[in-house]
Design a protein around this ligand. Structure first.
Ligand SMILES: [Zn+2]
Length: 411
């Protein structure tokens, strides 16, 4: 077994106890503040009172699920690993397609790197869309590593996932994909994996269903956080090093009457540039849009070959609610994005707004609660909680520093 090695040009050490990273999807820091204030996270409170630390970190941009899960998994931003959304315009085909496939990933994961160095690795995700990219390069055959999603826990095999019928193993039916229970299933699977297999590296990635629907401090959010805390207690009882962070925050993006507060970009661009002169891509788009209607706070705009990026940028920047409009090169430099996977312009909006293409292209029928979403700069702030003293905290701490911090033996 190797004790020190590099992955994506960052130094890692083999941990002396299981190193656990929880990515609590959509965990705006206020969810933890409110839950602690209400007293519904006693295990977390106890951990913080006994040497644990609570910092804030910034997520990778865009502040969406896949880019950040892959950033955490690789320890580097999208400019290195290539995954900058769920959905993008493939420059090779000119078609907008999903970016979930392993073929789009350009860097090895920390998981594959640790396995190569001799570590036992386990990865559990809520939705199946993340399982393949997070499991890239990981050899799960014959249970050498474990990698599965809660969503398809009843379909796992030892050959592919390193475990047979994970739902039966855990003794729980597969929860609904749109439920808080899907996330709690992930955490409870982590508890059991630790007890039975004691992996050196354990990554648990939940879903943000609860956070999209319920504000911090609401009864529903606190009940969910209490469930998280119960699992946390069982994890912490097993002599681990823990970092709990999030892929992105979550903000209310609706008016007082509950209607979604959206800037629809395509009609504005059509009016200014003429029809067919631009194309708006929303990287939040994926098959699971019922809880956000594909409305987030980050968009990228492709212009016709003779389009004027500077003039278009000035036009968009003047729209109330839009906080960043950058041409491709500047956007990639500021947000660590891969230039071949973003358009001529990158656009973000402030916390209380969302960006859309055209109203008729968004199916909001599944939105049974006022819109809450993410994707912009205002949703970059996430918790970074450790069960050990972290001194000094890394300057400019990012959520994707999690594996370096949790596996560092210095505490
Ligand atoms: Zn997310």
């Amino acid at each position: 077994m190797q004790t020190e090695f590099r992955i994506n040009d960052r130094a890692y050490q083999m941990p002396d106890r299981p190193a656990v990273v929880i990515c609590l999807d959509g965990c705006e820091p206020a969810y933890i503040d409110a839950a602690l204030a209400k007293g519904v996270m006693p295990a977390l409170a106890d951990m913080l009172a006994n040497g644990g630390t609570r910092h804030l970190a910034r997520s990778a941009m865009p502040s969406f699920t896949n880019p950040n899960n892959l950033s955490i998994a690789c320890g580097v931003p999208s400019s290195v690993h290539g995954i900058c959304g769920n959905y993008f315009l493939n420059p090779e085909t000119g078609e907008a397609v999903m970016m979930n496939g392993v073929e789009y990933l350009r860097a090895p994961t920390v998981f594959a790197g640790f396995q190569h160095a001799g570590a036992k690795v386990a990865v559990v995700t809520a939705k199946d869309k993340l399982r393949a990219p997070l499991g890239a390069g990981l050899d799960c055959s014959d249970g050498q590593a474990v990698c599965f999603s809660a969503e398809r826990a009843d379909q796992t095999t030892t050959a592919v996932n390193g475990i047979d019928d994970a739902a039966r193993w855990l003794g729980q039916p597969v929860p609904a994909v749109y439920s808080g229970d899907l996330s709690l299933f992930v955490l409870q699977a982590g508890v059991r994996l630790l007890a039975e297999r004691r992996p050196d590296i354990l990554y648990l990635s939940t879903s943000d269903y609860v956070q999209h629907k319920h504000a911090p401090g609401s009864d529903e959010a606190n009940a969910f956080m209490a469930g998280v805390d119960a699992a946390l207690a069982c994890l912490l009882a097993q002599d681990i090093r823990l970092v709990l962070t999030a892929d992105h925050g979550m903000k209310a993006k609706h008016r007082a009457d509950g209607s979604a507060n959206v800037i629809y970009l395509a009609p504005l661009l059509d009016a200014a540039l003429g029809a067919g002169q631009s194309r708006v891509i929303l990287p939040i788009t994926d098959p699971y849009v019922a809880h956000h209607g594909a409305l987030g706070s980050f968009a990228t705009v492709y212009l016709a070959p003779d389009g004027d990026a500077a003039t278009t940028a000035a036009l968009l920047a003047a729209i109330p609610g839009i906080d960043t409009v950058l041409p491709r090169a500047e956007a990639c430099a500021r947000f660590d994005l891969p230039p071949d996977r973003v358009g001529d312009l990158v656009v973000t909006c402030t916390a209380d707004w969302a960006l859309g293409t055209r109203i008729e292209e968004h199916d909001l029928s599944g939105l049974d609660a006022p819109l809450r979403s993410h994707g912009g700069v205002d949703e970059q702030l996430v918790p970074f909680v450790t069960n050990f003293v972290m001194t000094p905290p890394i300057a400019g701490l990012r959520n994707y520093d999690a594996w370096q911090v949790v596996t560092s033996l210095v505490d």
